[in-house]
Design a protein. Structure first.
Length: 170
């Protein structure tokens, strides 16, 4: 995967207009707003009932609990001071997992998703992990372009929707 951004000593990834930073506790409300937006505009393949369940499961309190876990790493993507995306990583054994990744549709096509992926890979490598995994319903081609390979298709994996488990070897 081509390197698209540089990691600074503070843990912030930068490019010309985009900035990726490790989320702080005071960013949880912004993350929650972005999460709700992602459920509305990017995860519409889930049934309405399941999207309501996702909103309940990702309350401010639950996001704070997940954030403080030493097994979690939350990143926010900003452009000109506005939060436009996020990536939530979880560490388990020798792998990192992307649980949620989102870029506001108005900002797609400017390599924002690529930069989030690159930052995720760098974080996983810093933790001496061997791979980064994710599941996707409809973005298999996007992730494959950046070196992720499909491991298996699973019927009804998330919310009754078929998903593809993909992995990037570090």
């Amino acid at each position: 995967m081509p390197r698209v951004a540089g990691m600074t000593a503070s843990g912030t990834t930068t490019s010309d207009e985009l900035q990726i930073r490790k989320m702080g506790l005071r960013d949880v409300r912004s993350l929650r707003r972005l999460f709700d937006r992602s459920v509305d505009d990017s995860f519409t393949y889930f049934p309405v009932e399941y999207r309501a369940k996702l909103r309940r499961q990702h309350s401010i309190a639950r996001l704070v609990k997940a954030y403080v876990s030493p097994k979690a790493h939350f990143m926010l993507l900003t452009r000109e001071g506005t939060d436009i995306g996020y990536c939530l990583l979880r560490f388990q054994q020798d792998r990192a997992y992307i649980f949620w990744m989102y870029v506001d549709p108005k900002f797609r096509g400017i390599r924002a998703g690529e930069q989030l992926l690159q930052s995720s890979i760098e974080v996983a490598a810093q933790h001496n992990l061997v791979a980064l995994q994710l599941v996707t319903h409809d973005k298999e081609e996007f992730y494959a372009k950046y070196g992720f390979v499909p491991l298996r298709h699973v019927s009804g994996l998330v919310g009754g929707i078929d998903m593809v488990i993909m992995e990037y070897s570090i």
